[in-house]
Design a protein around this ligand. Structure first.
Ligand SMILES: Cc1cc2nc3c(=O)[nH]c(=O)nc-3n(C[C@H](O)[C@H](O)[C@H](O)COP(=O)(O)OP(=O)(O)OC[C@H]3O[C@@H](n4cnc5c(N)ncnc54)[C@H](O)[C@@H]3O)c2cc1C
Length: 498
């Protein structure tokens, strides 16, 4: 007879995947007094601190320092600059990633009262999660924050080569002399510029007609001009068909064109791996690209998802935003469960939990149409900001002009070059950038905007507020914009709306 299975039932919530989203949910629920098991198979914190946002922005900070020093010529005299990648690699290893060790993050979670388990978690029927031979029965629910991994196209020959993903690119202690970057999206563009500024001969191979293909065409033009000014070659409409590696050199074959370099970086998108999560045991189709969620991150009753795995946008700020909603919703469910069927909205059974729930509700409630204080906020992605940290930065929010027209909106567009603003002219950097605003003429509000410039991501914040809060364009026109700032160009773009 088979041994009866040992199931740990002393658990309120199991969180599978402790990346940005899962770690936030697990930590806050544990702090609120729930019994939380957090399961992570790799490093607690996930992609962002170890192989994503933080180390890549350290690389960008260093590359931008080089570029700024090179601008001394003609502005302030002359400067000799000697790039040294070792300083960047050291900073990433020591300051950002602790040599790719998550001790501090694990301690942070357990310090909040969480139970940590290293391993791969998968659903094992309603309310159950299996990690190896351990099974947990969660009283209140399960949160999936399992993220994405690089999506590697099945290009002939690629799998047999020692190509880089973002992991090897971020971990690189030394740089190759030349590099092919397969994929001209945000990550490809950022890393291409960094490596070029450190002296690598970089070629970006992009399948579509332009890099940053999801952004406004004007953004692609400025970003491409900036990369070319740094010596990056950009080849568009390249559909890689075969990849060879002869031990030293990679060659990418595409039609009658071929491209060679010492290293190949593949950044062609990211993919959720739903087939590993045991979704079939709870009746969910694992054949989907992402895990669809409603506006409170429910996958199904008692299961929530958070972060990249939801497909709502692969950004740390989305994962954090969704995490706040999940925390509030789980605590609301706990409160209602513990108060019983006749509970009024004011029952306070889970003391600490309620405190945290109402703090979240208050913060989110104040931020938008998410409901009155005390109710669980609902996700609203209308004003989703995104920034590509090239130099100049490409910041955008809401709809592009094309997306707005495709939705049949009565669109007005306003545009201004940054160089025609006083600050842009003083700054004297080429290619300078621009502000583009997209308005819904019938509603009289902005529904999208792009801000490209030396501080494009920062200037974006004003435009995010405008889209998020649906501030009437008439009011935006009568705001006072400080002189001579980059953001003052917003006023010129608004004046151009037609
Ligand atoms: C190079 C690069 C630069 C980026 N720069 C930015 C930026 O500047 N700004 C920004 O907002 N975003 C940026 N991102 C995106 C950002 O990193 C992600 O949006 C964010 O990490 C998503 O968090 P997550 O929690 O959804 O998933 P992840 O961070 O991917 O974490 C998921 C975790 O789940 C674990 N896991 C998966 N399956 C299981 C399982 N079955 N059991 C146990 N554990 C499991 C994984 O090991 C992983 O640790 C960047 C990404 C990359 C690659």
């Amino acid at each position: 007879m088979a041994e009866p299975e040992l199931v740990d039932v002393d658990v309120d919530v199991v969180v599978v995947g402790l990346g940005v989203g899962g770690e936030e949910v697990a930590g806050r629920l544990a702090e609120a007094g729930l019994t939380v098991v957090g399961v992570e198979r790799d490093l607690v914190g996930g992609e962002c601190p170890y192989w994503g946002c933080i180390p890549s922005k350290m690389m960008i900070r260093a590359a931008n320092a080089l570029a700024e020093a090179r601008r001394v010529d003609g502005l302030a005299g002359s400067a000799q600059v000697r790039a040294d990648w070792a300083a960047v690699a050291k900073r990433i290893r020591e300051e950002a990633t602790d040599d790719w060790n998550d001790r501090a993050a694990v301690d942070r979670f357990t310090g909040k009262g969480g139970r940590f388990l290293r391993g791969s978690g998968r659903l094992d029927g309603p309310g159950r999660v299996r990690v190896g031979d351990q099974v947990f029965q969660a009283r209140h629910g399960i949160v999936l924050g399992t993220g994405t991994r690089p999506s590697i196209a099945p290009i002939d020959g690629l799998a047999d080569t020692p190509y880089w993903t973002n992991h090897q690119a971020i971990e690189a202690a030394e740089l190759p002399a030349s590099l092919l970057v397969l994929g001209g999206g945000a990550i490809g563009a950022e890393l291409a510029q960094v490596f070029a500024r450190f002296g690598v001969r970089v070629t970006v191979l992009e399948a579509s007609g332009r890099i940053l293909a999801l952004e406004e065409p004007e953004s692609s033009e400025v970003a491409a001009a900036a990369l070319r000014a740094d010596g990056v070659e950009i080849a568009t409409d390249v559909r890689a068909e075969r990849i060879d590696h002869d031990g030293d050199t990679f060659t990418v074959h595409a039609g009658d064109r071929s491209f060679s370099a010492d290293q190949l970086l593949v950044v062609t998108g990211r993919r959720a791996h739903l087939d590993e999560l045991g979704l079939d045991t709870v009746g969910i189709d694992a054949g989907q690209r992402y895990l669809p969620v409603d506006d409170r991150m429910h996958v199904t009753d008692g299961i929530w998802a958070v972060g990249d795995v939801t497909g709502e946008g692969a950004f740390t700020h989305i994962a954090m935003y969704q995490a706040s909603i999940v925390v509030a919703d789980v605590l609301d469910r706990v409160r209602r469960a513990e108060a019983g069927p006749d509970a009024s909205g004011t029952a306070s059974v889970v003391g600490g939990a309620m405190g945290a729930a109402s703090a979240v509700g208050g913060a989110m409630g104040a931020a938008g149409p998410s409901g009155a204080a005390g109710t669980v906020p609902r996700a609203d992605y209308r004003a989703l900001p995104r920034v590509t940290f090239t130099d100049p930065e490409v910041g955008a929010v809401g709809l592009t002009e094309r997306q707005a027209r495709e939705r049949g909106i009565n669109v007005q567009v306003g545009f201004t070059e940054l160089s025609s603003s006083t600050r842009g002219w003083i700054h004297k950097s080429e290619p300078g950038g621009f502000i583009k605003v997209i308005a819904d003429a019938d509603q009289g509000v902005l529904i999208g905007a792009t801000s490209v410039g030396p501080a494009g991501g920062e200037v974006l914040s004003a435009l995010v507020v405008a889209v998020h809060a649906a501030v009437p364009v008439s009011q935006l026109r009568h705001m006072i914009y400080a002189y001579p700032t980059f953001h003052r160009a917003i006023q010129s773009a608004l004046d151009d709306l037609s």
